[in-house]
Structure formats: C-alpha cells, structure tokens
Design a protein around this ligand. Structure first.
Ligand SMILES: Nc1ncnc2c1ncn2[C@@H]1O[C@H](COP(=O)(O)OP(=O)(O)OP(=O)(O)O)[C@@H](O)[C@H]1O
Ligand SMILES: Cc1ncc(COP(=O)(O)O)c(N)n1
Length: 280
C-alpha cells in the first residue's frame, strides 16, 4: 500500500445518507481517501425533509476531533452543519490548536427542505471566527448573500461575492456555487489572484440532496492528496456533475446524488461534461 491520505469531516449526520457526514465519507472513499468524522448533530432526515435535530454536547465534538487528530492524523479537514456559535468557536479553536492548514468550510445554513441548520445568530461567529481560518469557503448563492450582505443575480455578482469573502473576511479562497442560478450551473472560484469559472451541463432533476456536501468533500479529498486548489475544484466539479447526472431515484422527495458515478463513469464522460476558463 502506498501513502494513505486522510480527511476529517466535522458536520451533521443525515440518517438518509445523502448529505452531511454520510455524503462526505462516501465521497472520501470513492476518491481513495481515508475518511473520519466528528459529528456535531444527529438529524432524523430523509428525502422529504428534516424531522428532528439532536445536538451533540460540545465536549463530545471536541473529544471526536482530538481522538482522531492525535492518533490517526489528518491531511485536510472540512466543516458542514455547525448549528450554533459555540460549535463554531470550538471548531475554530481546534483548527488553531491542531495547526490544520487545509480547511474547507462549507457554510451550511438551510437544508433543501427549508430546515435551519445554522442559527441566525451564528452568522457573525462564522464570519469572524471560521472564515479567516479557511483555505476555501464553498457557499451556494443564498449563503454567499448572507455572508456578504449583497444580492447576487449575475455571474458578475458571484465574482464580487467570492472576492469579498477573500478580501473582506480573510478566507484563502472562495467558490460561489451556481446550482441555485438558472441556466448552466457555473461555479466561480476566486483563488486570491485569479477567477476560474467552472461550468457543466445542468441536469433537470429533483435528486440534488447533498450536492454541496458532496462537492466540498471531493475538494477536501483532493486537497488531502496534495492537489492544487484549482485541480481539487476541477475534480470535485466532475465528481458532482456525474453524481447528479447518474441519479439513483431514491425516495419520494429530493433524493441523494450517486456517489459511485465518478468512479464508474468518469473515463467515458468527464471531459465532455465539464469545462473551465480562467480570468484575471
Ligand atoms: N441540476 C444540476 N445539474 C448540474 N450541476 C448542478 C445542478 N445543481 C447543482 N449543481 C452543481 O452542484 C454543486 C453544488 O451546488 P449547489 O449550489 O447545489 O450547492 P448547495 O445548494 O450547497 O447544495 P446542497 O444544499 O444540496 O448541499 C455545484 O457545482 C453546482 O454547480
Ligand atoms: C446533516 C446535513 N448537513 C447538510 C445538509 C444540507 O444539504 P441539503 O441542502 O441538500 O439538504 C443537510 N440536509 N443535512
């Protein structure tokens, strides 16, 4: 066995298996990265929505992070559902304590079905405590609007929001995802120097539960392996596009994406499906 790359997700559990911790671990596995988890909250959830949220006590979250980092070690970390200001503060302190340098922050706020996964009064803590530690922040359009306070209705606005998240809030880089726009799902990456636009075919499907979690987990896995930020986002874009394209059709609502599609179909389809461009 060659080198084993390791990634940790700090996020909520989705009993339905499409988002949160479960999506992250499945994605790490498909990209041949050893996955570990620190669960912040347990949700009872399916494709129809979130039925209950059960927070894990702070010492339980801290214990999970300390246990895996002190023994197994981590090459990259991602965060998902963090619920409350105290959880964000704890995670920020752990990132500093363990000198985590590859941190992907997916600023999860509201589930597709409408349930709140981050308290409104936690938004300031997210901005001030966690964004400055992030190598990359991965908001969808509504999350980027909350973080920056600006309305986003165009590609130009997405670029402006990504720029502000880096320049104003101190993140290393930001990718504003275009899933919530109309037309082609174009994601705008600002890496601190350049903008990269990553575009794919839009598939008309309701099975998009966990797309953001899966996308950010794929980036984290690639960073753990040593890929550059742009390469990691490129691979993640291919991964999520195929996961949406080859939907599983599970459940009566917003079903999960197909986490094994990239592994099964990537050589045939990856190049014709997505394209990128770079702008200064
Ligand atoms: N229908 C679609 N077809 C192709 N790509 C899509 C589609 N919807 C979203 N994407 C892509 O999926 C990725 C995740 O974007 P999205 O904006 O859906 O994130 P999100 O809202 O955070 O997801 P979620 O809240 O479901 O976890 C992005 O790369 C986006 O462009
Ligand atoms: C535990 C957890 N984390 C994240 C999401 C966001 O995913 P989505 O917006 O697709 O519902 C979720 N529903 N549940």
């Amino acid at each position: 066995m060659g080198q084993i790359y390791k990634a940790l997700t700090i996020a909520g559990s989705d009993s339905g298996g499409g988002a949160g911790i479960q999506a992250d671990l499945k994605t790490f596995q498909m990209l041949e990265v050893y996955g570990m988890s620190a669960i912040t909250a347990v949700t009872s959830q399916n494709t129809l929505g979130v039925n209950g949220i059960y927070d894990i006590p702070l010492e339980g979250i801290e214990g999970q992070i300390n246990s895996v980092v002190s023994d197994i070690g981590v090459d990259a970390v991602k965060t998902g559902m963090l619920s409350q200001p105290a959880v964000i503060e704890l995670v920020a302190a752990q990132v500093i304590k363990h000198k985590i340098t590859k941190l992907v922050v997916d600023p999860v706020m509201i589930a597709k079905g409408g349930a709140s996964l981050l308290a409104e009064h936690a938004q300031d803590t997210l901005r001030s405590k966690l964004l400055p530690l992030a190598s990359l922040v991965t908001p969808n359009i509504p999350e980027a609007e909350v973080i920056t306070g600006m309305r986003i209705t165009s590609l130009h606005d997405m670029k402006e929001a990504a720029l502000r998240i880096v320049q104003q809030y101190g993140a290393g880089a930001a990718v504003v995802k275009g899933g919530h726009s109309t037309g082609e799902p174009t994601d705008v990456l600002y890496d601190g120097e350049q903008f990269h636009l990553l575009t794919a075919t839009r598939y008309e499907t309701r099975h998009t539960h966990g797309t953001g979690c899966t996308f950010s987990a794929a980036i984290t896995a690639e960073l753990a392996k040593g890929s550059s930020l742009f390469e990691a986002v490129q691979t993640a874009k291919r991964f999520i596009t195929l996961a949406i394209r080859y939907e599983l059709g599970i459940g009566g609502g917003h079903g999960p994406t197909n986490h094994w599609a990239y592994w099964r179909y990537s050589t045939d389809n990856r190049d014709k499906d997505t394209k990128e461009s770079t702008e200064l």
